[in-house]
Design a protein around this ligand. Structure first.
Ligand SMILES: [Zn+2]
Length: 416
């Protein structure tokens, strides 16, 4: 049973307000109190946040890999390693994301069934296989299938009840019927990797699409003649959208425009993280074969220059939204917490600093660096870096549970 922890003197970002010098009480793995009550910092179990930001743990709907591991390894221990590393970046829950890749999916499901250390995998986010060959981005052609309802049936058997989000291009043959079947099966359907016109995208939304994967990327954009997928998503309030806010995938002005049109409850910040996330620039093996991911200045590309995921982390995404897209802090935090919680179907227990919620908590300094992460009331990462002495005083017991300080061994960059 997780113990009682009090985080005092924090800048708490709640759904309603930003509370200065606030107190957060955690009991039995849940938030017991969020208040302005002053607590003596010398009390046992008190962590002095020193005015740092205390926010809900991030919920990342789009994680392919992290810190030397990814879903393509098709190994449950790789998925567990991803979960364990993600807390270094403040992420406490995520959707494990991949193309329709049955061995990888089996690994995710096995890791979910056995439980993961660190961040909690909430389910599967599958990109394809019914996507547009014209908007594949980094998806290999062999992972784009000829659509059929019988193929869909087989896919649903493979994913089982763990499928949370599936990306479909509604304009492909049988696309609208596939959307309808998925929505009827309780799966949230996302438009993505799609060349749909406004009419085709609207037909998909009518059939049950309620989300858009990496808005603006690998989809038909806006022109004066056709607002395309991006414009249709922006103008349908009932459709939520993901943004890769690394300022590489999407320009900061476009990030600001998306928030202006959809509001913080319509946008989820995602990382689209790959195995090089958290590791240095270099050349990384991709999909366990001869492909390579070239990471330069944090941007990830295939050999031919195609963008292939990112090395963004959600603390940096929030920083970019605040500093480069001029979005208020509370809204940026909402987009990394409450909104993705709603999309993943876990908003009853996650995504807000409120009494009764899971104590998934992230503490950020004023440079948006992650100083501490708790999952269900347990400290899973604590950074005792310079300028964070108050948090490093959380106790040797807590600090001994800290996540890896350096990148995992064995899967660092390999030179081509
Ligand atoms: Zn994609």
């Amino acid at each position: 049973m997780a113990e009682r922890i009090i985080i005092a003197n924090g800048t708490l970002v709640t759904p309603q307000e930003v509370v200065q010098d606030g107190t957060l009480v955690i009991e039995g793995g849940r938030i017991a109190e969020v208040s302005e009550r002053r607590v003596p910092r010398s009390d046992p179990g008190v962590i002095d946040a020193g005015g740092k930001l205390v926010v809900p743990g991030f919920i990342d709907l789009h994680v392919q890999g992290c810190c030397g591991h990814d879903v393509w390894e098709a190994d449950p221990s790789a998925v567990r390693a991803m979960a364990e590393s993600l807390v270094r970046f403040g992420t406490t829950a995520f959707l494990a994301t991949t193309e329709y890749n049955p061995p990888g999916i089996a690994a995710i499901r096995s890791a979910m069934a056995d439980g993961c250390p660190g961040a909690q995998p909430l389910g599967l986010h599958i990109e394809g296989p019914f996507v547009s060959p014209r908007r594949l981005g980094a998806i290999p052609e062999s992972y784009c299938w000829r659509p059929s309802l019988s193929a869909l049936e087989g896919i649903l058997q493979t994913t089982g009840p763990d499928l949370r989000l599936m990306v479909v291009a509604p304009e492909v043959e049988w696309g609208v019927e596939i959307v309808r079947e998925l929505a009827a099966a309780g799966v949230r359907v996302a438009v993505g990797h799609s060349d749909a016109t406004r009419e085709q995208a609207a037909a998909g939304i009518e059939a049950g699409i309620s989300h858009a994967t990496h808005l603006f990327n690998a989809m038909r954009g806006i022109s004066s003649a056709d607002i395309g997928v991006a414009g249709t998503v922006l103008t349908h309030d009932e459709v939520t959208a993901e943004l890769v806010a690394d300022c590489i995938h999407v320009h900061p002005a476009m990030l600001a425009l998306a928030v202006k049109l959809k509001g913080p409850h319509g946008i989820a910040l995602i990382s689209d993280a790959i195995r090089a996330t958290g590791l240095p620039d270099g050349v990384y093996r991709h999909r366990e074969n001869d492909e390579e991911l070239h990471v330069r200045d944090g941007a990830v590309r295939l050999r031919d220059g195609t963008i292939a995921g990112s090395t963004l982390t959600l603390n940096r995404a929030i920083c970019n939204m605040v500093r480069r897209a001029d979005v208020p802090l509370r809204e940026a935090v909402t987009m990394a917490t409450h909104t993705p919680a709603r999309i993943a179907g876990v908003a009853e227990s996650k995504g807000a600093l409120e009494a009764g919620m899971d104590a998934d908590i992230t503490v950020l300094d004023n440079a948006f660096e992650v100083r501490m992460t708790l999952v269900r009331g347990r400290i899973v990462h604590a950074e005792g870096a310079t300028g964070c002495s108050s948090l490093s005083e959380a106790g040797p017991r807590s600090l001994s549970k800290a996540g890896p300080r350096t990148g995992p061994k064995g899967q660092g960059p390999t030179r081509a």
